[in-house]
Design a protein around this ligand. Structure first.
Ligand SMILES: [Zn+2]
Length: 262
């Protein structure tokens, strides 16, 4: 059976002299691996369509076992992501997270939408660090975590001061601070920002620019949830951490002097 899907190349690995095995996350079928015969040869018509981050239409011949990629048509090559070490690192991190969280063969159109929007935003030169944070917050439900961020997890109050509680996985109001000794106090703007990360679609955030410290703070919370509640740590995170610690070793393609928030 021949199937045409809209998808994004999550991974590609060599297979033999000239073939590649590509893992495609598609809107219609979820994650699928397919053999791309001859795709390692630069002259192959499958060479460019099988590069990681590529967004396009894929024609897959399904038989028993692994399908065969017959043809592809690029919608967006995402080439600008691959040209810069920072954007490549953040986009790889996002792809690895999506890859870890999805099961084979189950369609996840909502997740596909998030990934597609995130890669598009990075290729349009949005801050890749902020975009990866958006993805991390938005994928929490996919990982089985449903943080309570619209009210106090304990009493339901929507007014007052708030803090983040890892034991409650969500906000606690000042009246309920005592139920968790390890709360992280939040300013009203941090409360608003966390809600934005969790609920606002990526294509609606505009060119937001966030301070380094703001991103680090919000990141610490979401990474703690992933490592403690979900139990995943990604390979690409190590490189990303290194890059964020010593950015001078990784010169960016260009410096964008955008204004800071607040
Ligand atoms: Zn409360």
């Amino acid at each position: 059976m021949l199937q045409k899907v809209e998808g994004i190349v999550l991974r590609a690995s060599s297979y033999g002299e000239s073939n590649k095995i590509v893992t495609i996350f598609s809107r219609e079928l979820g994650k699928r691996a397919a053999m791309a015969r001859g795709a390692k040869k630069p002259t192959s018509r499958l060479a460019s369509i099988t590069q990681p981050f590529t967004y396009g239409y894929f024609l897959i011949q399904q038989g028993r076992g692994m399908g065969t990629l017959q043809q592809g048509e690029i919608i967006d090559s995402m080439r600008s992501i691959r040209e810069d070490i920072f954007t490549t690192a953040y986009a790889s991190f996002i792809m690895e997270l999506v890859d870890k969280l999805i099961d084979d063969e189950a369609p996840k159109p909502h997740l596909f939408e998030i990934l597609q929007q995130a890669l598009h935003a990075i290729s349009e030169e949005y801050d890749p660090e902020a975009i990866s944070l958006f993805v991390e917050w938005k994928l929490l439900p996919t990982a089985g975590i449903y943080p309570t961020l619209h009210q106090c997890t304990n009493c339901g109050a929507i007014d007052g001061e708030f803090a983040f509680s890892f034991s409650q996985i969500g906000f606690l109001c000042h009246r309920c601070f005592s139920i968790d000794p390890y709360i992280i106090r939040l300013s009203p703007s941090q409360v608003k920002l966390i809600r934005t990360f969790y609920t606002v679609p990526i294509d609606q955030v505009g060119k937001l620019t966030l301070k380094k410290e703001t991103k680090s703070f919000i990141k610490k919370i979401v990474r703690t949830i992933y490592s403690e509640q979900v139990g995943i740590r990604l390979k690409s995170q190590h490189f990303l951490d290194q890059m964020e610690k010593t950015p001078e070793f990784f010169p960016p393609k260009q410096v964008d002097p955008s204004p800071e928030e607040e």
